[in-house]
Write a protein that binds this ligand. Structure first.
Ligand SMILES: Cc1cc2nc3c(=O)[nH]c(=O)nc-3n(C[C@H](O)[C@H](O)[C@H](O)COP(=O)(O)OP(=O)(O)OC[C@H]3O[C@@H](n4cnc5c(N)ncnc54)[C@H](O)[C@@H]3O)c2cc1C
Length: 452
């Protein structure tokens, strides 16, 4: 399986204008290659790629003409769900369980030449020419033509500890190693963010460094969780949020409410430096709160706010919050981007985010993509049948381990019993699932749709 850049034939069957001047290489002897381009190889892009190769391409009349290209700046899939525990130590959670070699998930497509994994970052989209500019690991750019496009570029977390950084794909691994090395000496840690990432990270740090605290066994490290909200875990009800606060206290984590971070010193504390250096991740920081208070931290973890990886797209395709706009009709197509363009996962302006939401969206985007491709192949003008429609039905759904065997969570409004929550998530942050997810185990069957 190739992971090096090579030009791809044009969407309309004409030779691509290859950026390096070479002629495009025909695929399976055909020059009329139709490229389905998937941008971003994480939860959304991995799912879409398997679905397309298993259920869509084989059902198309001219299936040999299609090619699927999956693009990501990193050769490793960092599933950040396990990150709050992985930042602690190799013993608590080996890095190999949360960072997996992406190509291992796609070995079943090695034969046949219809799949390609490409190391690179999308930097521009031209919806008229139907090309995406891809910057390779050496910075060299090339343009890929697409016949269909899935934008699944997700969102960067503020800290490289808790998620891939698209512009600096090697940063997270290095940052986690440095953070782990700095942890034993840390006496004060500030974690910012009252959502699940902040709560889980603070709780994991507390349990790891302090264990269960008591009068006779005080905390070794002072850990403060600051949130601008009046409660933790906005998705969950007040009662569960309060319970989480209690569990945090048991492992020596103090929660400060209505304590928005106004500034930090250094300004890039806890993040990557502008040149991609990981130094600020382990530097002592002063955390200035909006109420005027300053917290001094040996380590600062900004676990709030995600930045959608959509800045490379034309502004007209972006919603106010920076995500990619999707059509009002629930089809998950991107309006104004031309035919057969979809947004999937955290980057799309729909739903509440998270894996459950993403998994609800995959069959919708994929069914509608298949409908589009079948329609285009039919040569007919009129469309028949209805699209599948995405509905935000996840409701109160979230599972948050909070130190040791404890945790709070709900599934569509039903409280998850703590033992079940521990078994499913708290035990190992679901990393046992990662190899299966990478191989697309949940997409073995196609979702049936009457109007195909
Ligand atoms: C600490 C933490 C814990 C979480 N825990 C949970 C949990 O327990 N349960 C849950 O449901 N959700 C959880 N989430 C949310 C969950 O991780 C996301 O919903 C999910 O990862 C979204 O997947 P995605 O594929 O849309 O995007 P991402 O996971 O953000 O992946 C995007 C991918 O696109 C790549 N990319 C970025 N820019 C480009 C570009 N320009 N060109 C090409 N590729 C690009 C990136 O390298 C990355 O591989 C957690 C989030 C965090 C931060």
């Amino acid at each position: 399986m190739s992971t090096t850049a090579e030009p791809v034939a044009a969407a309309n069957g004409a030779p691509a204008a290859a950026s390096n001047g070479d002629s495009p290489k025909p695929v399976n002897g055909s020059t009329a290659t139709k490229t389905i381009l998937v941008l971003g190889a994480s939860n959304a892009g991995i799912a879409a790629t398997h679905y397309i190769l298993r259920h869509i391409v084989p059902s198309l009349p001219d299936r040999a003409a299609y090619r699927v290209v999956l693009v990501d700046p990193s050769t490793k899939w960092f599933n950040r769900v396990g990150a709050p525990r992985a930042v602690l130590s190799e013993t608590r959670l080996p890095l190999s369980k949360v960072m997996l070699d992406t190509s291992a998930g796609f070995t079943e497509y090695a034969k046949g030449g219809q799949f390609r994994l490409l190391e690179g970052r999308a930097t521009a989209l031209d919806t008229d020419a139907r090309t995406v500019t891809i910057a390779g690991p050496d910075g060299a750019e090339e343009q890929l033509h697409y016949y269909a496009l899935i934008i699944a570029t997700g969102a960067d977390s503020m800290t490289p500890l808790l998620g891939a950084q698209a512009a600096h794909p090697a940063a997270s691994e290095a940052a986690i190693a440095a953070f782990r090395a700095a942890l034993p000496a840390a006496k004060s840690i500030v974690v910012a963010g009252g959502g699940p990432a902040g709560v889980e990270t603070a709780a994991e740090l507390g349990f790891f460094l302090n264990g269960n605290v008591s009068r006779s066994k005080p905390a070794k490290a002072r850990i403060t969780l600051v949130t601008n909200g009046t409660k933790l875990l906005p998705v969950l009800r007040e009662q569960l949020a309060k319970r989480a606060e209690g569990y945090l206290a048991r492992v020596g984590v103090e929660v400060r409410y209505e304590a928005a971070v106004a500034a930090t010193e250094p300004a890039d504390a806890g993040r990557l430096a502008a040149d991609g250096s990981i130094a600020p991740v382990t530097q002592p920081a002063k955390v200035r709160l909006a109420n005027g208070e300053t917290l001094e931290a040996d380590l600062y973890v900004p676990a709030m706010g995600l930045t959608p990886n959509a800045a490379w797209l034309p502004e007209r395709l972006r919603a106010e919050d920076g995500r990619v706009r999707v059509a009002d009709d629930g089809s998950l197509r991107v309006p104004g981007a031309g035919e057969r363009v979809f947004a999937l996962g955290e980057v799309g302006a729909y739903g509440k985010g998270g894996i459950a939401d993403l998994y609800a969206a995959v069959p919708v985007a994929m069914t509608n993509l298949k409908r589009d491709l079948l329609h285009a192949a039919s040569g007919k003008k009129e469309r028949t049948g209805k699209d599948m429609v995405y509905k935000d039905e996840v409701g109160e759904t979230q599972a948050v381990p909070v130190g040791g065997m404890h945790g709070v969570g709900a599934m569509k409004g039903w409280r998850i019993p703590e033992m079940l929550l521990w078994l499913v998530k708290g035990r190992d942050f679901m990393v046992f699932m990662n190899p299966y997810a990478l191989k697309g185990a949940m997409w073995k069957s196609e979702t049936k749709w009457k109007d195909m």
